[in-house]
Write a protein that binds this ligand. Structure first.
Ligand SMILES: Cc1cc2nc3c(=O)[nH]c(=O)nc-3n(C[C@H](O)[C@H](O)[C@H](O)COP(=O)(O)OP(=O)(O)OC[C@H]3O[C@@H](n4cnc5c(N)ncnc54)[C@H](O)[C@@H]3O)c2cc1C
Length: 459
């Protein structure tokens, strides 16, 4: 028998669950479909942002304690894995309960696929019963999966992990090799080196953070050196194999790297397999992501795509903003669109966190701006000294013609908080002088802005 809904949301990600809740709160009947009971709340909570940042936090604490023996490090690592598991289990449960307790939301746990552009079939996870759901509107929020590169031996060798599986490994690898030095590879390098693994990071490009200013990259490289992370650039993997329990990575130029575990952080692919998008007339692009308009409509009537699956920036806060766009266009002022987004900030949690927004100095000059640069080391800020977090810098790029901020990069404790202030200043055309003269609480990292924009640090 068919069940009818005003809206069907496929995938319990950030955008999808928020949309389901907001539609339900308007009195609309919503079906929220999630294929796995281990994934309520989506990737962020269960496999990505939250578990990695929980481990990052534990790894930073452990690094400070400075354990000597492998046994002590391994014990602390296991405790961190357990702590992370307790946290995500609680969040998953809370996410399920919140949706399930809403009288207008029906949670279906099973794999969804399209029958046509109004009909979704769900094969229930426990009973394998097939449910047929009809919806006036359908929202796809199925996210991404780790991309496994086509490297010889990658599917047969032991001790090979993705970002999703490494975090369940209960034995701290003494030596960890990471293929892929994007933000996920770099975060894992930092986390596991903090726990005490010897990390080798293999990067196929000439440098990490290719779009950043050279002076910023140099400071991050110094940090990696201090952490003992071996970064190898311009290296392409040919094959992987085991030597006993060890994993060996052989490169195209004949070098070999050996470790106890290998992490593949080689990108993410769209999660569309089995959705039968063609039955609904939903088209994908050449990368397999769902094609969407500026307001996130797919090529099929009354079907929208939110989050990673639509091929935009892959961040939880972008998925949330996708919700805002869809909701506004369905029930609000119909003003929001992707192309209006400005100054999206990002943070890479490498201890200290590297956060950035807007233009780099190099890019600003390329675009013809006459720039002023404000840059200061973090170790001059009282708060940094007081908490013993003195690594890094604050750097802001300013338009000399009008004192407006063009961009910023911060390598600094809590920079993931600080960068949002710069985004707000940029969005609202606030001059750097306002940030310089503002009254901040003390002791804080942000009060560094009082100094940053003064003669000593500006050029
Ligand atoms: C290691 C790692 C760390 C990250 N750290 C950060 C970070 O610090 N900050 C940040 O902003 N972003 C981070 N990200 C990115 C972030 O996790 C994603 O951008 C975000 O989770 C995408 O959410 P989403 O809304 O697209 O859907 P998702 O959260 O991916 O949800 C999709 C859901 O759909 C379900 N599903 C899929 N197919 C079906 C189907 N056929 N039927 C039913 N259900 C289905 C899946 O099981 C899943 O639960 C990180 C990513 C990784 C991999």
């Amino acid at each position: 028998m068919e069940e009818r809904f005003d809206g069907i949301v496929i995938g319990f990600g950030k955008g999808g669950k928020t949309l389901a809740a907001n539609m339900a709160n308007r009195g609309l009947k919503v079906a929220l479909i999630e294929k796995s009971p281990k994934m309520y709340g989506g990737t962020c909570i269960n496999l990505a942002c939250i578990p990695t940042k929980s481990l990052e936090n534990s790894s930073n604490e452990i690094k400070r304690q400075g354990f000597e023996s492998y046994e002590d490090k391994n014990k602390a690592y296991r405790e961190a894995i357990d702590k992370k598991e307790v946290l995500i289990t609680a969040l998953r449960k809370a996410n399920f309960n919140k949706a399930n307790s809403n009288e207008n939301i029906t949670v279906f746990t099973g794999v969804a696929s399209f029958e046509d552009n109004r009909t979704v079939k769900v094969v229930m996870e426990d009973t394998k019963e097939v449910k047929v759901l009809k919806g006036d509107k359908i929202f796809i929020n199925t996210g991404t999966l780790p991309f496994i590169p086509n490297i010889e031996g990658v599917n047969s060798a032991k001790n090979i992990f993705t970002s999703e599986t490494l975090m369940n490994l209960r034995e701290l690898p003494k030596e960890l090799i990471i293929i892929g030095a994007g933000f996920i590879g770099q975060e894992f390098a930092s986390i596991y080196s903090g726990f005490g693994s010897k990390v080798t990071l293999l990067n196929n490009l000439p440098q990490i953070l290719m779009n950043e200013d050279k002076d910023d990259v140099e400071e991050i490289l110094k940090l990696y050196e201090k952490k003992g992370i071996d970064l190898i650039n311009e290296v392409n993997t040919k094959k992987v194999y085991n030597k006993g329990e060890r994993v060996v990575v052989e490169t195209e130029d004949g070098r070999t790297f050996e470790g106890d575990a290998l992490l593949l952080s080689t990108g993410r692919k769209s999660n569309i397999e089995g959705l039968n998008l063609e039955k609904a007339g939903v088209e994908t692009n050449e990368r397999g992501f769902i094609k969407v308009s500026d307001t996130l409509k797919t090529t099929a009537d009354d079907i929208w795509a939110l989050g990673d699956i639509n091929g935009g920036l892959q961040f939880t806060y972008i998925s949330l903003d996708d919700f805002r766009i869809v909701f506004d266009n369905l029930f609000g002022e119909k003003k929001r669109k992707i192309s209006d987004r400005r100054n999206i900030a990002t943070s890479t949690f490498i201890d200290p966190t590297f956060s950035r927004v807007g233009l780099t100095v190099e890019k600003a000059k390329e675009e013809g701006y006459d720039v002023m640069i404000a840059k200061m080391p973090v170790n001059t800020i009282p708060r940094a000294k007081q908490i013993g977090e003195t690594d890094g810098f604050l750097k802001v790029v300013i338009n000399k013609d009008n004192d407006k901020i063009l961009g910023a990069s911060f390598l600094c404790v809590d920079s993931s908080e600080l960068i949002n202030i710069i985004k707000m200043a940029m969005d609202n055309n606030i001059s750097y002088k306002y940030l310089r003269d503002n009254i901040y609480t003390h002791p804080t990292i942000i009060e560094g802005f009082n100094e940053l924009f003064t003669g000593a640090y500006m050029k």
